[in-house]
Design a protein around this ligand. Structure first.
Ligand code: SF4
Length: 291
């Protein structure tokens, strides 16, 4: 059987597609990335997408489609789900304890549970792994197990989806400080989190984790002034931000350009960023509104 695979967002590794690749390779099938010119030669075409906004007009009509970008209830067959491609990126838990209104994880994955460990996706050679868990700190036993494996194998970890700062204890902070890591990610999605962000950031800094990056969701039940306030708090704490735009209003474009460039973010305020000659013309109306 000849199988064609389509990853609709090729800039990201699509784990479902890689599980399908491994499953069909193990079944003795011929598997390749889909080529439109070979369309009639495929016995089966799979297509996966992680974002609902990705253009899907070119998807072959006979493709088997799945992923959050198509349908959050779609699932791989169990025999495919159990495949373990060694991509150095993967999940050790699924689900989440929270129910943030903007997030599909609770609906898609349900309650949090452990689903494996680093040996399910680490190739034994790479010095770095990326963990995609959505809320590892909500399962402390699993958190310590995974950090322990990372330390034992002397790996550098990227907890790519962020850790829940509300759940970080002093002991967890010491654990995080003791392993090699990319800049840790947390979230500052609600203005009400400011006291906990201040308290936990002080603990992180006190244990040697001087700077982390905070995902900042803007435009979700917040005003622009509240969004800017959260960013100012992070600057004051000498932390980095990564703005995620929930609303597409134009003002969020310069906010994201400023905050997501960490050199700019640390060096100058948003007001000074807007006053720069290259921005002044493009955003003159915003300057009048916000400065
Ligand atoms: S804590 Fe994160 S993963 Fe959990 S529901 Fe909120 S945004 Fe989603």
């Amino acid at each position: 059987m000849r199988v064609g695979l389509i990853n609709m967002e090729p800039q990201y590794i699509n784990i479902a597609i890689e599980k399908l690749r491994l499953f069909h390779q193990c079944s003795g099938d011929s598997v390749e990335d889909y080529m439109p010119e070979s369309r009639d030669c495929y016995d089966k075409i799979y297509c996966s997408s992680i974002f609902s906004f990705t253009d899907k007009t070119q998807v072959p009509t006979d493709a088997v489609c799945g992923g959050t970008g198509f349908d959050i209830t779609s699932r791989l067959p169990p025999e495919v789900e159990e495949m373990k491609p060694k991509l150095n990126i993967g999940f050790t838990t699924r689900g989440c304890i929270r129910n943030c209104g903007f997030c599909v994880v609770p609906k898609k994955e349900g309650a949090i549970r452990a689903v494996g460990d680093i040996y399910d996706f680490w190739d034994g050679v790479s010095k770095k792994i990326i963990i995609l868990d959505n809320n590892l700190t909500a399962l402390p036993e699993q958190f310590y197990k995974i950090c322990g494996q990372i330390r034992k194998e002397n790996l550098k970890v990227d907890y790519n989806q962020g850790l829940d700062i509300r759940l970080i204890t002093k002991e967890m902070t010491r654990e995080l400080a003791s392993i090699k890591h990319e800049e840790y990610h947390f979230a500052f999605d609600y203005p009400g989190l400011e006291p906990v962000i201040r308290e936990k950031t002080a603990t992180l800094i006190g244990n040697g984790i001087k700077r982390s990056t905070f995902y900042v969701l803007v435009g979700y039940n917040t005003t622009i002034q509240e969004d800017l306030h959260r960013l100012r708090v992070l600057r004051e704490l000498k932390q980095n931000a990564y703005v995620m735009r929930y609303k597409r209003e134009r003002v969020y474009i310069p906010i994201a350009r400023w905050a997501n460039n960490h050199s700019w973010f640390q060096a100058i305020s948003f007001e000074d960023f807007l006053k720069r000659p290259e921005n002044e013309k493009a955003y003159r109306d915003l300057i009048e509104l916000y400065i």
